[in-house]
Design a protein around this ligand. Structure first.
Ligand code: ADP
Length: 582
């Protein structure tokens, strides 16, 4: 009997063991099922909120957990992302549970909290509508996703003694990992979609811009007056055919599109080109870019062209973009202009030569008039009236002669009939000679009170330059005459400054000076600065123009420094070489 009891007891124990094994097995099977379900389903879900709600519902149903929720939280606040309550349906977020400050603090320091809410009733508070629900075991597991730094899943069982939360936590972790993975994937997909959208928008914008600019260039291309070609070339640079052309090409050449597409550019060169010239053209055209002049055979005849070309890459093909302009009109025009210019130069020369010759012819009788009027004036036997007339004739003849001399000189310069003779000039001697002349003229003009100064820093043996003595004297004389004309008192100084390679000659006076705005003009021919004080000074307005031209021909340049009321300095540099000794 006792033995039977013992057997019965053992059998009962075994049955219990088997029952427990069976229970645990069915638990494991259930968890695996849940994991598989979560892993494989929800793939079509594209929203984090929907994913969470669906997962929470599945956990709640399969694991018999009445309250499952997911929050995002910080140290001081929380926000319900999704929740599922089997005791309420369609419960809006936050209306069921509130998280206490203590729990928030714990969530910020621990990644897993497992506690019995019966023992800590204030930790998580359910609202009054859930009065039928008695919270028991709570499991809170925090997590992170790409988009969310602090999140927590909270599972709460009811007050029944042994809930699923007592078992192994691994399945919860696995569920959370799978969910957060999916979550990450969804947020990535969302970001990708957004990026894709932006990209598509940008592509569309760019395409529109491209279309617009293509349209613009197409119009420019079609409307251009110049012929625009696009020639395709092979890897060796051989021109294959014309791939694109605008209307101007057809108009200019008289060819149609088909003709041109099969034509080689070089075969368009005019028949007049020799074999050698063709080779040169082909070689030039093989450059990266350039401008070529060429005559092309067209249906309309041979036309001269200016061809601008550049190599470009289009759709991975080597092309040459060429713009051709018909320059026949321009060439004819240029020819006309050159002919007209040559004619003008020729007639200018003829005119100047004529003037030079005429003036020369006039000078001979003028000299006779001057000579005889002077004789008459000096003849003591002549009555006073005759002497007066003779003096007037003499002075005016001199003035006329000066005028004629200036015109002759200027005409010679214009007609390029001035030759510069190089010879050794002792400039010290020249300046001394000029100063003596100046003193005599000043005396004649009752201007002896004006001081005559000279500056000749080189010793006589070194004061030698090679140049045209007559012309140098002419320039000096002219400048000195001007200085005398425009100076009433003070001084007139002539001389030079010495420098290694040149001598800087000058004529300085303390006369009326020339205003800045007139300083350039006075070198032009026939220019005289009108001044009431000097309007009677005479002259032709040619003197400085002649001087400036002569100095240029002597390899120098005539310059001026002056200010009104303070005087003027005319100066020019001429080459000097110290070895030039007389
Ligand atoms: P012109 O035969 O009239 O003197 P120039 O060509 O020699 O012609 O001079 C042109 C003008 O330049 C003169 O009319 C005068 O107004 C001005 N000019 C030339 N030299 C001097 C000078 N030393 N001082 C002031 N004015 C001058």
């Amino acid at each position: 009997m006792a033995a039977d009891k013992e057997i019965l007891r053992r059998l009962e124990l075994r049955v219990k063991e088997l029952e427990e094994e069976n229970n645990s097995l069915s638990d494991q099977v259930e968890e695996m099922l849940l994991l598989n379900l979560i892993n494989e389903s929800f793939d079509e879900i594209t929203d984090e909120g929907m994913l969470l709600t669906a997962v929470l519902e599945k956990i709640s149903v399969l694991k018999d957990i009445p309250y499952c929720a997911c929050f995002e939280f910080s140290e001081t606040s929380y926000n319900c992302l999704a929740q599922y309550c089997s005791f309420y349906t369609k419960v809006p977020c936050l209306s069921v549970v509130s998280i206490s400050g203590d729990l928030l603090k714990e969530l910020n320091t621990q990644s897993i909290i497992r506690t019995n809410l019966k023992e800590k009733p204030g930790l998580l508070t359910f609202d009054s509508k859930s009065a039928t629900f008695f919270p028991g075991e709570m499991l809170a597991i925090t997590f992170q996703t790409r988009a969310l730094n602090h999140g927590v899943f909270i599972f709460v069982c009811d007050g029944k003694p042994s809930g699923p939360l007592k078992n192994d936590l691994l399945p919860f972790y696995q569920i959370i990992r799978i969910v957060t993975d999916k979550w990450d994937r969804i947020s990535l997909m969302k970001e990708l979609k957004q990026l894709n959208k932006e990209l598509e928008k940008r592509v569309e914008e760019r395409t529109n811009l491209l279309k617009q600019s293509e349209e613009k260039y197409r119009q420019l291309f079609d409307m251009a007056n110049d012929a625009i070609f696009l020639w395709e070339i092979d890897a060796n640079g051989k021109v294959l055919g014309c791939k694109e052309m605008n209307d101007a090409v057809l108009k200019m050449t008289g060819y149609n599109k088909d003709d041109l597409q099969s034509l080689n550019l070089f075969s368009l060169l005019a028949d007049t080109y020799t074999q050698k010239e063709r080779k040169v053209f082909e070689k030039d055209f093989a450059r990266q870019s350039g401008i070529l002049k060429a005559s092309f055979n067209t249906r309309i005849g041979i036309i001269p062209l200016e061809l601008h070309f550049r190599r470009i890459k289009l759709n991975n093909k080597q092309m040459v973009l060429a713009i051709a302009r018909d320059v026949s009109e321009r060439q004819a025009y240029e020819k006309q202009i050159i002919e007209a210019k040559n004619k003008a130069v020729e007639s200018e020369k003829l005119k100047s030569a004529f003037l030079a010759n005429m003036s020369h012819e006039i000078r001979t009788p003028m000299n006779a008039i001057i000579g005889f009027s002077e004789l008459l004036y000096q003849d003591e036997t002549m009555p006073g009236e005759v002497k007066l007339y003779a003096d007037i004739i003499f002075k005016n003849s001199l003035h006329l002669l000066n005028l004629i001399n200036d015109i002759v000189d200027y005409s010679k310069i214009e007609a390029e009939q001035v030759t510069i003779w190089n010879e050794a000039i002792n400039v010290n001697e020249l300046i001394s000679e000029l100063s003596i002349n100046m003193i005599s003229i000043l005396h004649q003009l009752s201007k002896s009170h004006i001081d005559v100064l000279t500056h000749t820093p080189l010793i006589d043996s070194e004061a030698v330059i090679i140049n045209d003595k007559t012309r140098l004297r002419q320039v000096f004389t002219n400048l000195i005459n001007n200085a005398i004309k425009f100076t009433q008192q003070g001084f007139i100084e002539i001389g030079y400054q010495y420098n290694q390679d040149y001598l800087e000659f000058y004529v300085r006076d303390s006369g009326i000076g020339i205003a800045t705005e007139n300083q350039k003009k006075v070198f032009e021919r026939f220019v005289q600065v009108r001044d009431p004080e000097t309007s009677s000074a005479g002259g032709t307005g040619l003197g400085l123009a002649i001087c400036s031209n002569l100095v240029e021909r002597m390899n120098g340049q005539l310059c001026l420094e002056s200010s009104i009321g303070e005087g003027s300095t005319f100066w020019f540099k001429l080459p000097y070489n110290k070895t030039n000794e007389s």
